[in-house]
Design a protein around this ligand. Structure first.
Ligand code: TXA
Ligand code: MG
Length: 340
């Protein structure tokens, strides 16, 4: 059942919260992407999330709570973590902090790590649900593992109609890219996943920018694996022209050479606005698959501001796809290498 935003009244919200409390999965909107939620304290409910997504069990989930007070019950926040939380929560930021022990969070949700990823989303439907359920909600993006993230309820419906009985439809996600992930441990901050909140925005709060993950080091989290966010179509990045048989994903007002021969054309932002491009990216990757393109020429997107996160997602979406099952990771690979 998909419940549209205008119909999400208090009765339906209570039903969704009750379903979560009973161990059922519930899809809910956030301002970044849609989440596939489960009670983070219920190991069986969490196991079901991994099964539905086809996600390797060593890839931990983000725990969603309504505010910093609830977050501090789950993790240890040092001064830097608290400063980032105060500046950007509720919002598109996830903080990885040491897990408080003993913990009510199911070990499967954190993949047995002694750290935990926590987020306070701003979307009113997410906020309302988290208040109503009165327990932490683990929620990965609501897409099959490795595939394009959902920014609309329709994207979830077409992937999971049979597996999930409640989808809360909060309309198109306003940001459209997953949260920025910052690891805050022992006074050090490291950017694990770029998002709409940039390192320079963190620097304004912290005084120094978070460290960067080493480009070619072992992955710090499976979301950092080369192939991710992948549509069925093959993507050709930084294309200066369109080859025959290709669709075109353009950016900005400048025409791309040979665009007349494109199977079809989508423009991430005709005005060259990077926030608009971020909000459109995953929806357009879904549309490209729906329209049956097999190869897509992607015009260059500048790497400033939100462009860093857009190019990160495009690079992973274009990367060679692993054989099924071969992306199972050893939890040891979670050790975080970094460069300043
Ligand atoms: O915007 C978002 O963050 C969305 C919405 C639904 O909140 N969620 C999301 O979840 O993107 P997911 O599961 O698709 O990505 C979570 C990422 C994964 O790359 C995971 O490996 C990483 O967070 N992660 C979770 N716990 C971690 C930890 N303790 N240390 C390092 N990375 C962690
Ligand atoms: Mg995801």
């Amino acid at each position: 059942m998909t419940i549209t935003e205008e119909k999400i009244d208090s009765v339906r919200m209570a039903c969704a919260a009750l379903a979560l409390q009973r161990g059922e999965p519930v899809v809910f909107p956030t301002e970044t992407v849609y989440g596939l939620g489960a009670d983070a304290t219920n190991a069986d409910a969490i196991a079901r999330i991994y099964t539905i997504k086809g996600r390797p069990a060593c890839n931990p989930l983000i725990i969603h709570v309504p505010d910093l007070t609830a977050a501090e019950r789950i993790g240890h926040f040092d001064e830097k973590a608290r400063a980032l939380a105060r500046a950007f929560w509720p919002g598109p930021l996830t903080l990885v902090v040491p897990l408080r022990k003993p913990s009510r969070i199911a070990a499967l949700a954190t993949a047995g790590l002694d750290t935990v990823a926590i987020r306070v989303p701003a979307h009113p439907v997410a906020q309302c649900l988290l208040h109503a359920v009165e327990r932490p909600v683990a929620a990965p993006s609501a897409n099959p593992s490795g595939k394009t993230s959902p920014t609309r309820a329709d994207h979830v419906h077409s992937a999971f109609a049979d597996e999930i009985s409640i989808i809360l439809d909060g309309g198109p996600a306003s940001i459209g890219l997953e949260s920025t992930i910052i690891r805050c441990i022992d006074g050090q901050t490291i950017l694990l996943r770029p998002g709409i909140l940039t390192r320079s925005m963190m620097e304004d709060v912290l005084g120094t920018a978070p460290d960067m993950i080493m480009e070619n080091g072992p992955p710090s989290a499976p979301g950092q694996l080369a192939s991710h966010y992948a549509p069925r179509a093959t993507l050709r990045l930084n294309a200066s022209h369109v080859k025959s048989g290709e669709a075109l994903l353009a950016f900005g007002p400048t025409p791309v050479a040979g665009e007349d021969r494109a199977l079809f054309k989508l423009n991430l932002s005709i005005d060259g606005d990077l926030s608009e491009a971020a909000a459109n990216l995953f929806h357009f990757l879904h549309q490209i698959d729906e329209q049956g393109a097999t190869t897509v020429a992607i015009a260059p997107v500048p790497s400033r501001g939100a462009g860093e996160a857009i190019n990160d997602r495009l690079k992973r979406a274009a990367a060679p796809r692993p054989d099924p099952g071969s992306h199972i990771l050893d939890p040891e690979s979670f050790r975080v290498p970094f460069v300043r």
